[in-house]
Design a protein around this ligand. Structure first.
Ligand code: PLP
Ligand SMILES: N[C@@H](CCOP(=O)(O)O)C(=O)O
Length: 429
């Protein structure tokens, strides 16, 4: 199947090329030229399958001309080799889709591990690659873990210094070898802008075999489509026609994957794009004016993004599917509201974390009593241990994978958000 560049529709590539390239010409994002459309019978068939079989089947619609179903299934099995998405019922008609039971305790494990598996399947022995990735907290760890010790692949992770939780930082840092982390004096948007500048530099791009494991890489999003289908299969049959999904949004990759699933025939009634005070999209949907403000720090730090990368993909989907952008629910939630929502959730027996709490709050506000509401649980509460213990006045137990790293020293490089400095660094690797 072909993908086209949103900034230059003449540039068409297949999936193997798109995954290796990351971004197209003029920093354009790749987007599928056609989408499979499942009818009710096919959807029923898919719903009956287990998570791995169904995911491989869905992904095969995008890449069956580049890999056999058998090989794809092996890769999907390796990639999703942890506890599958899990539905935690929070109230009678509301559940959290927990996506944080992977090795780095965030939903990013699905996309990062799928990308790593597919790249190692397709990468030639002598193809050197440098994967430059910006993180506001969770992508970095998932990418580091997924690409650790992979032959011929170097990973460089940029994160905003002092603006991610201590445990999010530790879980990125424990890995050395082919993984390099740089704390940048700035925001996530500064880190993301450095990645884009690197893609603009042709000489650098060719010399180091530049790629990115951010959600600009379409492979990340295709993998994420799979858990929306799993959520549908987990929801009781009589509720499947009234599903509202609230997605905590930062770079808008997760929402894009959900919308792709809907375009493929998953009968989701509507989506809610939930942000924190970094509310470029809610304001844009409200008044039609694109005006990113300076990124501010919040307790839902992984969503501290004011220039969301995937928005052009969302707009393309609405336009090609002939959906009205007005049908997309949206809202932004302050830190104070996030805190009171965490307390409310705790009161009804669920310990959550700031990102999911934002999605829950907006879901509660917009849900009709006859609907079934899902909010996405994107990270494990323990990654935000200090914040949650303070707000809820409780002691949180850390899962083993975090416990092992909690006391490690910090050994990141440190840099101003200066592209020339970064370029020098990349050349010396
Ligand atoms: C815990 C958490 N929730 C939500 C988000 C936002 O997801 P997206 O960037 O796909 O919108 C992120 C980061 O991306 C995250 O790490
Ligand atoms: N919230 C993300 C930011 C990067 O988003 P991505 O989906 O484009 O990788 C993070 O946790 O790093």
């Amino acid at each position: 199947m072909k993908l086209y560049n949103l900034k230059d529709h003449h540039e068409e590539v297949n999936f193997t090329y798109a995954i290796k390239l990351g971004l197209g010409k003029k920093q354009g994002l790749f987007f599928p030229k056609t989408l499979p459309k499942f009818n009710t019978k096919k959807l029923e068939e898919l719903t009956e399958m287990d998570f791995i079989t169904r995911s491989a089947n869905i992904l095969s619609y995008f890449i069956s001309d580049e890999i056999s179903l058998n090989d794809l299934t092996k890769n999907v099995k390796n990639a999703f080799s942890f506890k599958p998405p899990f539905l935690h019922i929070v109230e009678k008609n509301i559940a959290c889709l927990e996506l944080f039971h992977g090795p780095t305790l965030a939903f990013k494990d699905f996309g990062a591990r799928f990308m790593a598996n597919m790249l190692s399947y397709w990468n030639n022995k002598d193809d050197e690659m440098t994967i430059l990735t910006a993180t506001s907290g969770d992508t970095g760890a998932a990418v580091a873990h997924a690409f650790y010790c992979m032959d011929n692949i170097r990973v460089v992770i940029l994160f905003p210094k002092g603006k991610i939780s201590t445990l999010q930082e530790k879980i990125i840092l424990y890995i050395r070898k082919n993984i390099h982390t740089i704390a940048i004096d700035g925001s996530f948007d500064d880190c993301q802008s450095l990645v884009k500048q690197a893609f603009n530099d042709k000489k650098l791009r060719n010399k180091i075999g530049l790629n990115s494991a951010n959600s600009i890489n379409i492979s990340r999003l295709l993998a994420q489509i799979c858990y929306y289908f799993e959520a549908f299969a987990l929801i009781p049959n009589n509720q499947r026609n009234n599903i509202i999904i609230s997605v905590p949004c930062g770079n808008f990759g997760n929402l894009t994957a959900g919308l792709l699933a809907k375009a493929m025939g998953l009968p989701i009634k509507s989506f809610i794009a939930a942000t924190n005070a970094n509310d470029t999209i809610p304001r844009y949907l409200h008044n039609g004016i694109w005006k990113p403000n300076k990124t501010i720090s919040t307790i839902s730090n992984a969503m501290d993004i004011s220039q969301p990368n995937n928005w052009p993909r969302v707009e393309e989907l609405f336009s090609t599917q002939k959906w009205n952008l007005k049908s997309l629910g949206y809202g932004s939630v302050s830190d104070q509201e996030t805190e009171s929502t965490l307390k409310k959730l705790y009161h009804i027996g669920y310990i959550s974390e700031p990102h999911a709490a934002i999605a829950y709050r907006l879901l509660k506000k917009k849900l009709h009593p006859k609907d079934f509401g899902l909010f996405l649980g994107t990270a494990h509460p323990a990654k935000f241990q200090k914040t949650i213990e303070k707000i809820l006045n409780i002691k949180l137990k850390r899962p083993n994978s975090l416990e092992k790293r909690a006391h490690l020293p910090n050994f990141s490089y440190h840099m101003k958000p200066n592209f020339l400095k970064l370029k020098d660094f990349l050349f010396t690797l």
